[in-house]
Design a protein around this ligand. Structure first.
Ligand SMILES: [Zn+2]
Length: 305
């Protein structure tokens, strides 16, 4: 395993890949099953995120579960692509990349076919469902399957220790969790820092019973305007914005690349007025030197071979 060096474009101080997994998350599902058949209210939220990004001249990275491409209407994804954002694979059924290698091969090939048939695109970067402490380091056969299926880049390592550490530990994740190459040649871009799911529904969950009750009764259905998640600490969104701006300051100071991982569904629930994304983009735009905010494909393009 060897670290991978990135070359930032001329005049760019640091880079941020804004990646969203578009899941209908299992953590919000009455039956606990995560799938990719995005409900219309969430499709609208995705397009709203694109509007925000475009107003800053930024393109977003989405990762889509393949079984969502089996449904009749994928116009929202075609629209996202037409507007210049990136959509890549998140497996067919939200299968963990560390699972059975041959099942993984079927999942990835099936999703590749659906990307081609329904979106007319080939996915080149793979996001691993769930995230794994050691990435794919203990799974050489899975690395090979991913390479065989046409991916040279994967993003699946996630540090589960953050909630148990001091706050600064998560802010400094982009320095500690640098991209690296597995012995197979596959290149890993770890998910750096807190995901929104962990932040809002785990670290800032103050009423687990309320969360469980909502999930069973109302999960995977639209919420009313003005609704607030009854399980989440009232300051969670303020702190989330503060935390993410602190990471942006850290990568700016250190000239790093930061791969963050968010979910439209989590922001739909916990940030219904859409404050986080514009706050981050405005913060970066106000820096004296240029911050390149964009897709994971953009950051992959900075790898020095
Ligand atoms: Zn996912």
């Amino acid at each position: 395993m060897s670290l991978v060096a990135l070359r930032l474009p001329q005049g760019v101080r640091c880079a941020i890949a804004v990646t969203y997994d578009t899941d209908m998350a299992g953590g919000y599902a009455p039956d606990g099953i995560c799938h990719g058949r995005t409900m219309p209210a969430l499709q609208a939220h995705l397009l709203r995120l694109c509007d925000t990004a475009e107003s800053f001249g930024v393109r977003l990275q989405f990762f889509q579960i393949g079984n969502g491409l089996d449904q009749e209407d994928v116009a929202y994804l075609r629209e996202i692509l037409r507007r210049g954002h990136a959509v890549d694979s998140h497996t067919y059924s939200h299968m963990a990349l560390i699972g059975d290698p041959e099942t993984l091969r079927e999942e990835l090939l099936r999703t590749n076919r659906l990307f081609q048939e329904r979106l007319g695109r080939r996915s080149t970067v793979l996001r691993g469902p769930g995230g794994y402490q050691n990435g794919l380091r203990d799974h050489p056969a899975n690395q090979q399957v991913i390479l065989d299926c046409g991916f040279r880049w994967v993003s699946c390592q996630y540090d589960n220790a953050m909630p148990r550490r001091e706050p600064r530990y998560a802010v400094e994740a982009p320095a500690r969790e640098a991209p690296y190459e597995y012995p197979s040649g596959l290149i890993e871009f770890p998910l750096q820092g807190y995901t929104d799911r962990v932040w809002f529904d785990m670290v800032h969950c103050v009423d687990q019973a309320a969360y469980d009750a909502w999930r069973v009764a109302h999960g995977h259905q639209p919420v009313e305007p003005g609704w607030r998640a009854p399980w989440t600490h009232p300051q969670a969104l303020e702190r989330w914005i503060e935390y993410n701006l602190a990471v942006a300051d850290f990568v700016y100071e250190r000239r790093l690349a930061w791969v963050l991982c968010w979910h439209p569904y989590s922001h739909y629930l916990h940030d219904p007025e859409n404050r986080m994304l514009p706050a981050l983009l405005a913060h970066c735009a106000a820096k004296p030197e240029r911050v390149q905010v964009g897709t994971l494909r953009d950051v992959v393009g900075m790898v020095i071979e």
